[in-house]
Design a protein around this ligand. Sequence first.
Ligand SMILES: Nc1ncnc2c1ncn2[C@@H]1O[C@H](COP(=O)(O)OP(=O)(O)OP(=O)(O)O)[C@@H](O)[C@H]1O
Ligand SMILES: [Mg+2]
Length: 684
Amino acid sequence: MTTEALIQDPEALKPAGRRASAEAMGAKQRDISVSEFFTKNRHLLGFDNPAKALLTTIKEAVDNALDACEEAGILPTLEVSVEEVSDGRYRVRVEDNGPGIVKEQIPKIFAKLLYGSKFHRLRQSRGQQGIGISAAGMYGHLTTGKPVVVVSKIGKGRPAWRVEVRIDSRTNEPKQLNDKNDTVTWEKDHGTSVEIELMGLYRGGRTSVDAYLEQTVVANPHLELTYKPPKGAPVHFPRVSDLLPPEAQEIKPHPHGVELGMLIKILHESGKRHVAQTLMEEFSRVTHAVAEELCKRAGIDPNALAARVDAMKIEALHAAMVASNAALPPIKKFASKVARSDGNLREEVMEEGTGFSTPLADLVIRKAGLEPTLKAKAVTPMMVEKLYQSLHESQVKILPPPANCIVPVGEALVMEGLRRRFKGEFFTSHTRPPAVYRGNPFVVEAGVAFGGTLSREDSADVLRFANRVPLLYQPRACAIHEAVLKVDWKSYGLQQRKGELPVGPLAIFVHLASVWVPFTSEAKEAVAHYDEVVREIRLALMECGRKLGTWVKAQQAERWETQRKTLFEKYIVELAASIHSITKVSEESVKKDFEAALPNHVRIALPPVEGGAPSAGGAVEAGGEEIPAEADASAAESTAPVEARPSDRPPEMSDDGEGSPFEDVTPGNTRQLVLKMRPKSGRK
Ligand SMILES: Nc1ncnc2c1ncn2[C@@H]1O[C@H](COP(=O)(O)OP(=O)(O)OP(=O)(O)O)[C@@H](O)[C@H]1O
Ligand SMILES: [Mg+2]
């Protein structure tokens, strides 16, 4: 209410009385179903505007189709069609050749939120939450009143079931609308077709359906895709690799990342198992020796019943498990920080260290014979040393998670994918070794395409992927974008303003593969900013940048040599004429001598070959030429940009003959050649 309105209505100025009783308020409390929640908060799932809704719907169905094909070991062949039924109303259909879905599961999969096969396992897949396709179906029903139509067949000679289903958002339960025994004839041996009608907007650009499908093809070279857009001819993307990605192995959680609540749940649900046995069976990399050591640190009998361990001891066990991943900064740095701090020791350990929980910090501090509340300023260098020793002693050595649970695209196929999408002159890629965030293993791979028809004036095109799925929205909220900005692209011969993307004919590919991608929201649009993730992306990009820089500089040197050669050739004619007029040696013969000597003085590299064959071992290609794998591997950890050698730098040249190009331009030999001729000609 405005001040003016209050003045006109004196009643409104009276002190507020009781409005509702606790009983009346209590009577209003009720459960909220997950589907009601997401109906109101559909933006959280990527349905905040019609264009995004259309893209998200296609994305969810395509992701599922690819996951299902790969899990079943089938090379995916997909057909995506988008038909404009009426103004702003679209019918999306995604058909796959996957394993199909058993009849009883179809209604729940397509019309029940939080129902899926991927949430409870730690294994790399595109889907993880069990929301995607039912949310798309829910949005479709909400905006058009039409159900999801599914046809699915699980094998040759089996019926192709046809199911029309919609979600009941009050109960989050599916409602099948057609006869439960409806079948159709389908020539396919197996597969699933999903049809959703929705209000949407079909448009071009960076976040379009077309861009999403093009990028999907880049990260999935084994995919054959036919796309029928609302207008125009269908587009066909044949597969470029007949090899299915290796099957990602499912892993158990790693002790490094376990949260206290999760550990409590695991122990309480361990039935009749003992503590050591439970730890070994429920966690990755926990051997018998590790389990015993962890129990010892926590003061637990390894043969005690796990379900009976009390809360205090579980906390101590948790501290011992995560302690092995905790770290403090270099001792000198930490000591000087503590000396300047106004806080207490516990606060400093938590703030400066990584992987510390409060109980863990207290445990380490107390083990060092100190009090967590001790004023930081009172901490002596001796005490700091004791603290480091205590941390070291509290740590049980546990191997990092195994790498076979992650399946990156691979350096050769990343380049192949980039070549499929961009007509560049130079391609390179780099895959980092596996790393871990919050106990979850991940691998980062990066690639770049450069030159050719890529725009020279625009900022680099950044293609972001998580578990082979293109991420089109929220670039600024994404760790991948942050890492691209953190790389100094100027060192690699590109233009870049501080805090901005590099400018030039460059496309950057970044793929984060993990058993659990840390998305910033349920819409799975951007990767969260975990330090470990940003660091790995940056290192992968720097490696690609280094190779790109070498190539760019070699290209510059080659252009310079060509210019030199042209200048030499121009002066050879004039020189031959002058020498002839002085010495009477025939012009032709002088020219021949000079031309014969020319290759000794200019180094012209071979022009790059367009579109070479896919590389198997090496990861650098200039229009198809490959640098051997060793060169690539040796540079794996190197992050230093390549320095231009002095001879690589083109001099300022003028074509107007001002000054002698021989004198100005060339080192060593060329000048000798000119001098050698001088005595013959008798000129000074
Ligand atoms: N085309 C398909 N073929 C076979 N199974 C499918 C197909 N589509 C979905 N499924 C099954 O349905 C489940 C639910 O799919 P949904 O997209 O809702 O969740 P999700 O893929 O598990 O996770 P997310 O919400 O992250 O996408 C999947 O886990 C999968 O088991
Ligand atoms: Mg899904």
